[in-house]
Write a protein that binds this ligand. Structure first.
Ligand code: PRP
Ligand code: URA
Length: 209
């Protein structure tokens, strides 16, 4: 699929299967989301550019690589996107964080914004938008629209599960935004849920069902 990377790492696939299981506890679900966040962070940052700097080791001087440019911005879509954040920050602790509060209207499936707070210099940073679920893609498209209005130009999207409909919609709306996901599932049901999916990620993570 053009513009989509399926993360097939065995640890990611194993943990995703544990999360899909409806018997998984809230605690277990949250912990697995955090762990997968870390593994997906490794994948989404795989090609970051490096620059050479001069350092002194205890044994002498050398030229060694560090990540070039300004610190990344992690942009979780509330609520469920927050489940990825700690895992991502544990690998990139100096990243900035943009919070995007959106919920999906259960009738229309459109995204309703209730909060937005981002660093002011988005134009100079790589922004990684994160949300476990890419279903209709209304939330992802709205979040990326908003980030672009605020200047973001270099954006990547990370999710755990996607529906083919959501992938097509996000790629059509924002062809410059590459998608990383652990799986593209079968389809959306009549209520906009990913099938077979894992249910409502936010409710399962916070125990709010
Ligand atoms: C879920 C999920 C995504 C969105 C995906 O959030 O976390 O943000 O739905 O669906 P879409 O691709 O059709 O927009 P929800 O609106 O249930 O809010 P929550 O994270 O607060 O539970
Ligand atoms: N949001 C979820 O949390 N799960 C879905 O399957 C679709 C949207």
């Amino acid at each position: 699929m053009d513009g989509v990377t399926i993360v097939t790492h065995p640890l990611v696939q194993h943990k995703l299967t544990l999360m899909r299981d409806k018997a998984r506890s809230t605690k277990g679900f949250r912990q697995l989301l955090n762990e997968i966040g870390m593994l997906l962070c490794y994948e989404v940052t795989r090609d970051l550019p490096l620059e050479q700097v001069e350092i002194e080791t205890p044994l002498g001087a050398m030229t060694a690589p560090v990540i070039a440019g300004k610190k990344l911005v992690f942009a979780p879509i509330l609520r469920a996107g927050v489940g990825f954040l700690d895992g991502m920050l544990s690998l990139v602790p100096a990243a900035r964080v943009a919070h995007i509060g959106l919920y999906r209207d259960p009738e229309t499936l459109t995204a309703v914004e209730y909060y937005f707070k981002a660093p002011s210099d988005l134009a100079e940073r790589l922004v990684v938008v994160m949300d476990p679920m890419l279903a209709t893609a209304n939330s992802a498209v709205a979040a990326i629209d908003r980030l672009k209005e605020h200047g973001a130009r270099d954006i990547r999207f990370v999710c755990l599960l996607a529906a083919p409909e959501g992938v097509r919609k996000l790629r059509a709306a924002h062809p410059d935004v590459h998608i990383w996901t652990a799986s593209v599932d079968s389809h959306l049901n009549d209520h906009g849920y990913i099938v077979p999916g894992l249910g409502d990620a936010g409710d399962r993570m916070y125990g709010t069902k």
